[in-house]
Design a protein around this ligand. Sequence first.
Ligand SMILES: [Zn+2]
Length: 458
Amino acid sequence: MNEMSGISKTLGRRPGRESSTREAAPRVVLRRFPLMLALALVVLLALAASSIAFAAEGVPTAEEMDPPYDGALIDPTGEGANFAAQETVPVVPILFPMEERIVWQNTWGAARDGGARSHRGNDLMAPKMTPLLAVVDGTVEWLNMEAEVSSYNGVPSFNIMLRGDDGNDYFYIHLNNDTPGTDDGKGGVRYAYAPGITNGVHVTQGQMIGYVGDSGNAESTGSHLHFELHLGGYADKGASAVDPYPSLMAAPTLAEIGPPRVFKDVWERDWFFGDLMWLYEREIVKGAGDGYFYPESMVTRAQFATMVVRAFAGHMPVLTQSEPPEFIDVADGYWAHDEIAMAAALGVVRGVGDGSEFSPDDSITRAQMAAMICRVLDLVAGQTAEVQHLPPENPPFWDLTTGYWAAGEISRVVQVGVIKGRSDGSFDPEATSWRMHTAVVIARALRTMEAELAASVP
Ligand SMILES: [Zn+2]
């Protein structure tokens, strides 16, 4: 149970809140004044009671976390009313909390709330949904996993307290609370925290933990990360904060200290990472030559055929045909000519239309992908690629008719778990696939084949 959620639930029922829904005549307001005063007292008492609870848990309210800006982000004098100059500010060895280093102003100590408070952190302005990284190894706490609404503005606010293994605490405030592309306040937990991040989870430095946003009292100031550094651990309702600027300025980015990555646009956290690296080590998948994998790019029929040939070449029968079939739209000099010719000779790929053309640069569809994989599995299993997979009486997906050209092949590869259907029970056979999808399909098919081969050995 998140301590914050229970408390904000209580505060969310502040009686004064409802007055905004209806315009009241001044006379009515006057008549209600004693009642409102009484309610206000109740609220104050409730707040006092909850700050005792906060003090016990050390969890601050949204108001305490980041007092509202009083106009300018930066105090022009550089010395806010409450500027708390710290003589010796330690440089803590941390990672920069975003993948890319950004430029920001040190607003530590700047006046907030008309000088009533001073700013206890640094504001790193960044677009919503910018990934936030763990600056050190540690355990995450104070996550609002119930998306409980804040008493501050009635919408959920999301934060992370990273309890560093180094003994310091790192507070990330204003995480995203919007549906991407909007300012609706309805993004929920999914667009606030990275997958798998919840209270008590131990994270490693550089791990993605959440996303930049404008929740809490940043709704009107633009999305940013309010970052606090609590040397020796969070205490005294946040008074333990020290100026994080020198540490942030000295912090390297993940790219600077992380292990060299194979692809600049693929991270260990990506769902397809394991399968992709498995293929990369076997030299089945190569990058685009510029260090990127482009996981969300379309895959052409030529690219997929090439991947299939590279993946299964060692298991394919030796070609006996001296003259492999040619397609009129795959010239001798075409980059994937040899792979397509080999795949065609084995019967793994077929032409389109009347079979004389291959359409190598068309995006591959899910049905075509299933059919090619099915034929490869048949080949390795000792069957000819010409075997006809009879469509099942009742295709396993509602959008596959019994007569659909690849219904049988789709059923076979789905059965062995190489390709999966959509969550709505469809297969979506004409949809195109991205590079990350095809990589995972090839990896699964290769493992399926190796398992079938191993099982057939007496
Ligand atoms: Zn701030």
